[in-house]
Design a protein around this ligand. Structure first.
Ligand code: FAD
Length: 326
């Protein structure tokens, strides 16, 4: 049986691996060259601690204020777009305390499952600078310090019992090489991280060695359907007959799904990251600056990646350099 995976990010490549190992003949179609996508530039966190969804009651109020500031950590580019309005209404309807409570366990469990799978790949010999040493969430203000107490209680309730609230001094002891202007932090021992670029490159090599066909510069433009299923995937260069399709096109998924008359309520969310490849600074742990909504990951030896901000925008909007500076 043949399966076409559309999209060569982490979702497409890992789907391809599991399908191949379950006996499918797998081809991955990628519009780029497999060398660069969101799965390369992220912060590398594999984090059960991320059990709070983006849609919280607080973010809606904050987001409305931030909407007018293009350097703010969460920015929705205001524009008259039906998809944006539709998505925005759904986002606001989801931003309730009940939804946050309901989402916590599945979000936590999916990360624990991911970690187990990554650890399995690591044991198989796939190198991606995987480290399971924890993550620090740093806070600077009294309201966030108060919120942190609840987060720790919630983490314990979810089974992340080695999560600890640290004082300023305890936090400084973890990072003696960094001057910290904080009230304290949460230490999540459960969290892991990796070097995403190495992960993506070595995963591709592993797929090729296992016989998965990787097809670069194949942009999926349509589908031929028959007998109630997709028969052929059409690209800018040709046609690929198939028995099954996995759609793994990340933030482009709404547009691709539309070609199948499917409506996915998705909007592209853009973040920015920059990496010091040979850092003179010594940072021990991945950390998140809660108020600044920025992440800092020491990875793969002496690299440090700074990432963050969330910008709900369109694929055609050029990068906003003032957000990187902000
Ligand atoms: C700054 C930043 C930091 C982040 N940090 C983390 C983190 O620490 N931990 C974490 O878990 N997540 C993090 N994320 C999110 C994470 O990077 C993404 O969720 C993940 O990479 C999405 O993977 P994907 O495979 O779905 O999409 P992508 O990596 O975007 O891959 C989709 C692929 O589909 C291809 N494609 C699109 N349309 C077509 C088409 N028509 N035909 C063929 N190919 C097509 C694209 O070219 C692309 O290569 C971060 C994101 C950002 C921006």
């Amino acid at each position: 049986m043949k399966c076409i995976v559309i999209g060569g990010g982490i979702i497409g490549l890992s789907s391809a691996l599991y399908l191949k190992r379950s006996g499918w003949e797998v081809t991955v179609l990628e519009k780029g060259d497999f060398e660069d996508n969101c799965s390369y530039g992220n912060c590398g966190y594999i984090c059960p601690s991320h059990f709070i969804p983006l849609a919280t009651p607080g973010i809606v109020k904050q987001g409305l204020k931030w909407m007018w500031n293009a350097t703010s950590p969460f920015y929705v580019q205001p524009r008259l777009d039906r998809n944006l309005i539709d998505w925005g209404l759904k986002f606001m309807r989801s931003a309730t305390r009940e939804h946050v409570d309901r989402a916590a366990a599945p979000l936590c469990e999916i990360s624990i499952l991911s970690q187990k799978e990554y650890e399995g790949w690591n044991r198989e010999g796939l190198f991606f600078a995987y480290e399971h040493k924890g993550l620090i969430e740093l806070f600077q203000t009294a309201p966030v310090a108060e919120h942190a107490r609840h987060v720790v209680e919630k983490a314990h309730a979810l089974g992340l019992t080695d999560t600890r609230l640290l004082s300023k001094e305890e936090t400084e002891a973890l990072e003696p090489g960094v001057r910290l202007d904080v009230l304290g932090s949460i230490f999540f021992a459960c969290d892991a991280h990796c070097h995403p670029n190495t992960l993506m490159q070595n995963l591709r090599k592993m797929l090729m060695a296992e016989g998965v066909q990787l097809e670069p510069h194949q942009e999926v433009t349509g589908f031929e359907k028959g007998k109630g299923k997709i028969q052929t995937v059409l690209t800018n260069k040709g046609a690929f007959p198939t028995d099954a399709v996995v759609l793994a096109t990340g933030s482009w998924s709404r547009e691709v799904a539309k070609r199948l008359d499917l409506r996915l309520p998705l909007m592209p969310g853009r973040g920015y990251s920059l990496t010091l490849e040979d850092s003179p600074y010594k940072v021990n742990y991945p950390s998140i600056l809660v108020e600044g909504r920025a992440a800092i990951t020491p990875m793969d030896g002496n690299k440090i990646r700074f990432g963050g901000t969330m910008e709900i925008t369109s694929h055609t909007t050029p990068p906003r350099m003032n957000r990187v500076e902000g």
